[in-house]
Design a protein around this ligand. Structure first.
Ligand SMILES: Cc1cc2nc3c(=O)[nH]c(=O)nc-3n(C[C@H](O)[C@H](O)[C@H](O)COP(=O)(O)OP(=O)(O)OC[C@H]3O[C@@H](n4cnc5c(N)ncnc54)[C@H](O)[C@@H]3O)c2cc1C
Length: 494
């Protein structure tokens, strides 16, 4: 077991192993643990640093600087531009996510098999179950469940809608309320405290602060990767050659790295899906103290078939402030009511699809994405249903995130809100689930086979959110992990 810091490499270095894995997020870490436990000599390369609870306090500035890529400011280009924050640290985006873990609904998995040739998509039960056990995934317990979610749960029962408590990957969560800033208690079983240590314990090597700049290829065979190490003043090269190269950089960075390395095929970089999402905040007449409960604990499941999934989403005041309407005294008064605020968001199953290309000869992705009118309508529908749930729960005013009507106080106003046809540029939209850019499936319509092995070249496997053929309708990390586990097992025992 070795954990090495690429930034401290003062001389060029060359390593040979069985499997080199680039990226230690949901897809990379699970693959690494599985391969290492099977006895393969595994080297993990991660662009970011290694942080765990002892380094974290919930401080937003520290987290954006150290856990997120580019300070959290990654975004797609298009109308509207959509922020898509991603992690850049050991554990990848699992370090900053909410811990929500769902199996992809059966009807989606059946479609992946039927329409896209993703063989075995409906046979992931064992992989799902193994990850659920390893990461201690279970519904939020009563002790961590609080009034922001309880009120919505009670209200939607009155409305006759379906809903459920969220299963999360946690073992010892103490509800610090700062999931998106990294978990200070290590209660969230992110990859940094679960699968990466598991891989290390099984003999794998991890290089942190070692961004891969090229995939190395000899004729039709990928033979490893070249990473940049050292410091800007004294750069060095870290060369890792391997039988199998696994690219797990996430759905934005994987296609950029492949294309920048001259590895193509018609599907790489296309089919970018995001799950565009909204944020709706409600002010209640009495205190909720939302920071004392798990930020994402309850779902409104009623509209999944319509492609709309609404879930709790409480964030700290410094992140919440920009979506609270008003300015000056009015904004200050609303922020002063922070203990009375609750927040839910809707994510939509986007039919819109974007594209990722590398910026020039670099591996930096440029993602373009244009939101289609039908997806805009779905967002407005999701916002309206969230407002409806909050009003039914007793909220005195609800902040919609839509510039044309930022505050809704009654069902009459909600009816007016639903008649609005705002352009997408006037809706507060973010996205947290990039996927689809190296679609897995049959050779006619996909970049990789069902186990992530690229069709175009030998010796390379993709293992991250890029593989999902379409939006999977719900939070994707568990499915990314299940696909990674089964791909690693395929490599070990073909
Ligand atoms: C705020 C937030 C909340 C979320 N909440 C949830 C949730 O509750 N449930 C859920 O299912 N999903 C959630 N997600 C999404 C989920 O975390 C991601 O879908 C998942 O982590 C993606 O896994 P991945 O393997 O594709 O990529 P990532 O987990 O992003 O891992 C990619 C890794 O590759 C590294 N990397 C990239 N390029 C290079 C390179 N050139 N060299 C070396 N390393 C490189 C990155 O630093 C990173 O560590 C959330 C996302 C965000 C931003």
């Amino acid at each position: 077991m070795a954990c090495l810091d690429g930034a401290k490499l003062t001389r060029n270095h060359r390593v040979r192993c069985d499997v080199v894995i680039v990226g230690t997020g949901a897809g990379g870490a699970v693959f690494a643990a599985e391969a290492a436990k099977a006895g393969l000599d595994v080297v993990m390369l991660e662009e970011g640093g290694y942080y765990t609870g002892k380094d974290l306090s919930g401080d937003a500035k520290f987290s954006f600087d150290h856990l997120y890529r580019d300070g959290g400011l990654t975004a797609t280009l298009g109308r509207p531009p959509i922020p898509v924050p991603v992690g850049c640290c050991v554990g990848g985006t699992t370090m900053v996510n909410s811990g929500t873990c769902y199996r992809t609904p059966d009807f989606v998995l059946q479609r992946w098999e039927r329409e896209f040739g993703l063989e075995g998509a409906t046979e992931l039960d064992n992989d799902y179950a193994a990850i659920e056990q390893d990461l201690s995934i279970k519904p939020v317990p009563d002790a961590l469940y609080g009034p922001q979610h309880q009120r919505v749960e009670d209200a939607i029962k009155e409305l006759g809608w379906a809903g459920s408590r969220i299963p999360r990957n946690e073992d010892g969560c103490i509800s610090t309320g700062t999931c998106a800033m990294g978990c200070p208690s290590d209660g969230k079983t992110s990859m940094a405290v679960s699968k990466v240590p598991e891989a290390l314990a099984a003999g794998a090597t991890l290089w942190t602060r070692a961004p891969v700049r090229r995939i190395l290829r000899h004729r039709n065979q990928v033979v490893g990767v070249a990473a940049r190490a050292g410091t800007p003043e004294q750069p060095t090269d870290l060369l890792v050659t391997a039988e199998t190269t696994v690219i797990a950089c996430g759905a934005l960075h994987t296609p950029a790295l492949l294309l920048a390395s001259g590895i193509g095929g018609p599907w790489i970089g296309r089919n970018l899906h995001l799950h565009p999402a909204t944020r709706v905040v409600a002010r209640f007449p009495d205190e909720i103290r939302g920071w004392q409960e798990v930020p994402q604990a309850y779902n409104i499941d009623e509209f999944i078939d319509d492609g709309v999934f609404i879930q709790g989403q409480f964030v700290p005041p410094d992140v919440q402030a920009p979506v609270i309407p008003g300015w000056g005294v009015e904004h200050r008064q609303r922020m002063a009511a922070f203990p009375r605020l609750a927040s839910f968001g809707a994510l939509i199953s986007d039919r819109s699809a974007g594209r990722v290309r590398p910026a020039g000869r670099s591996t930096r992705p440029v993602a373009t994405y244009r939101l289609q009118p039908a997806d805009r309508d779905r967002l407005i529908f999701g916002i309206a249903r969230t407002i409806e749930a909050f009003l039914a729960a007793g909220a005195e005013e609800v902040y919609s995130g839509v510039a044309a009507m930022p505050v809704v106080r009654s069902r009459t106003e909600l009816a007016r809100f639903e008649r609005l046809q705002p352009p997408a540029t006037q809706i507060e939209i973010m996205a947290f689930h990039p996927m689809g850019t190296v679609r897995a499936g049959g050779p006619e319509i996909a970049a990789s086979d069902p186990w992530g092995r690229l069709y175009d070249v030998e010796g390379i496997v993709v293992s991250d959110g890029s593989l999902l053929p379409t939006s999977n309708r719900i939070n994707p990390q568990l499915t990314i992990m299940a696909l990674a586990r089964r791909a690693a097992r395929k490599l070990v025992a073909p």
